[in-house]
Design a protein around this ligand. Structure first.
Ligand code: GLV
Length: 313
């Protein structure tokens, strides 16, 4: 029997062709990705689900997936899926680690340089026609060489961000559950990292433990001259508390690629100059997004042909 696959988003045509060779692919034809009610209505009788971070795959969907063998998320983060519920029913869940590491680390650095050198603020001023010309003291930013880059969560992406930090002459500190084998970086408790770092960059998955990890007390612990960067998941930071910290200069600035309730952004943040805001572009290159879709599809192909998945959660 030909397997049936539910695909919730558009993927590159070359990758879609591979998926279509593995089974009959049911797709959403409207705007954007497949709404939850449609996933719920269409999941029954499908052997595979290919989805992404904007699809909340909850217990109800998983239970309705009576024939489901694999849920392939096109993302490394998998907080959008009730993995425990899937496990209970013997459904495999896969993600896309590795292929997006470098793109996400690059974008993290776009935010580090963008906020410390006031790139967004400068461009906004210029476009408003308010630039009066070069002066010695105009719109000065802050240097990073010789300063401490504090990385919270030292997995693949955290380590790739650290490697770039070394190239920029930064000292690397990191907080993670267990120390890693990296003689060029100092493992330290989160509180100390927050209190001593000039840039704090977040690279943890979203879990019950990391939700609002950066709250008001955490922000208050940071140096007044420090910057916070988040390219992980929005809810790791209490966005209202961050807006307060930026407004009252508890910290110097922030660079955010992710938000608590995407695509909504805490309105106060939109009014502040000392924050750089991007629309969740971490892995957003043609090469990386294609590789992510390709890896998700290869996971489906493997499972449907009785092989173990390449990258199980
Ligand atoms: C994107 O946010 C991902 O988790 O891959």
């Amino acid at each position: 029997m030909t397997p049936s696959i539910l695909l919730t988003i558009k993927i590159p045509s070359s990758v879609l062709a591979t998926l279509q060779a593995a089974g009959e692919v049911e797709q959403h034809h409207g705007e954007g990705d497949m709404p939850p009610e449609e996933i719920l209505a269409r999941i029954g009788g499908r052997q595979a689900l290919v989805c992404t971070i904007t699809n909340r795959i909850d217990k109800a969907i998983i239970q309705a997936g009576t024939d489901l063998r694999v849920i392939a998320n096109i993302a490394v983060g998998h907080n959008n899926i009730d993995v425990a519920a899937a496990r209970e029913r013997g459904i495999l869940v896969t993600n896309t680690p590795g292929v997006l590491t470098e793109a996400t680390a690059d974008l993290t650095w776009a935010l580090v340089l963008g906020i410390t050198r006031r790139v967004g603020e400068g461009e906004r001023l210029l476009r408003r026609g308010e630039w009066k010309g070069w002066t010695l003291q105009f719109m000065l930013g802050s240097e990073i060489r010789g300063k401490q880059l504090g990385i919270v969560g030292y997995g693949r992406i955290g380590q790739a961000v650290a490697a770039r930090g070394r190239a920029f002459g930064m000292r690397i500190a990191y907080a993670s559950r267990a120390p890693q084998n990296d003689p060029e970086a100092e493992h330290m408790p989160l509180d100390r990292l927050l209190a001593t770092s000039d840039i704090v960059s977040l690279h943890v998955p979203l879990t019950d433990e990391t939700r609002h990890l950066i709250d008001q007390p955490a922000l208050a612990r940071m140096k007044r001259s420090a910057y916070l960067i988040n390219t992980s998941r929005g809810p790791v930071v209490d966005e209202k508390a961050l807006a307060w910290a930026l407004k009252t200069n508890i910290i110097s600035g922030a660079g955010l690629d992710v938000f608590e309730q995407e695509p909504k952004v805490e309105p106060e943040l939109l009014t502040l100059e000392n924050v750089m805001l991007l629309p969740h572009l971490g892995s957003g290159t043609v090469e990386t997004r294609t590789a992510m879709a390709d890896l998700a599809v290869r996971n489906v192909v493997a499972v449907l042909s009785g092989q173990p998945p390449l990258t199980p959660v």
